[in-house]
Design a protein around this ligand. Sequence first.
Ligand SMILES: C[S@@+](CC[C@H](N)C(=O)[O-])C[C@H]1O[C@@H](n2cnc3c(N)ncnc32)[C@H](O)[C@@H]1O
Length: 207
Amino acid sequence: MDSLLTAGAAFLVASVALGLLVYSFIAGVAPIPTTSKVKAKILGALSPDLEGNIFELGSGWGTLAYALAKRFPHCTVIAYEISPIPWFICKLRLALFPLPNVILRRADFHTASLEQAAAIVCFLFPGCMKKLGPKLEKELPPGALVVSHTWPIPGWLPEAVHQADDWHSSRIYEYVAPPWHLRHKTPTSDGPVATSPGAETDVVESE
Ligand SMILES: C[S@@+](CC[C@H](N)C(=O)[O-])C[C@H]1O[C@@H](n2cnc3c(N)ncnc32)[C@H](O)[C@@H]1O
């Protein structure tokens, strides 16, 4: 009986690990949660007067979705997650600790309409930011905010670049829509560097 239980547990752990691995490969990024220091910077980058829908693109285990929903109780947080295991854990978390202003969707956010967004929050990877830029340009309403953890949107000029006091010195890029064409700059890199030479010195030490 004991060995059956052990085998069952080993099978479960292996299945979860494999599921996470496969979906990290499909999504292009593992469900790494945002740390509390970066979370504080992201929340600080969003205006307390924000109203409407906050879209979280790739919500992982729900770390940021919970923080956003608590900080902005008058807003609706619409969280998209493609990977079934983090999505399920977040769903379970919402069932146990409900937050009325969180809508969790298991879907690819590339298929979602972002036309009703007041703000976009994401922590993704360079290739995805490249693909996301044109979608945001097409769909976001004027005045919408975009806050991206670590990765800038190639070709966009940030309104501000915040730096967290974590061991990566993570950067948080803050953008405001549009007119996008006035904010365009030639992309210099897909990496975690500012999208314009000026932006290097534009790091805002919020808090
Ligand atoms: C680095 S994690 C960030 C998790 C969470 N946002 C946080 O900051 O704590 C990125 C997440 O985005 C998800 N993801 C990547 N591409 C996606 C897509 N096209 N649609 C939905 N989720 C996606 C991944 O599965 C992963 O869980």
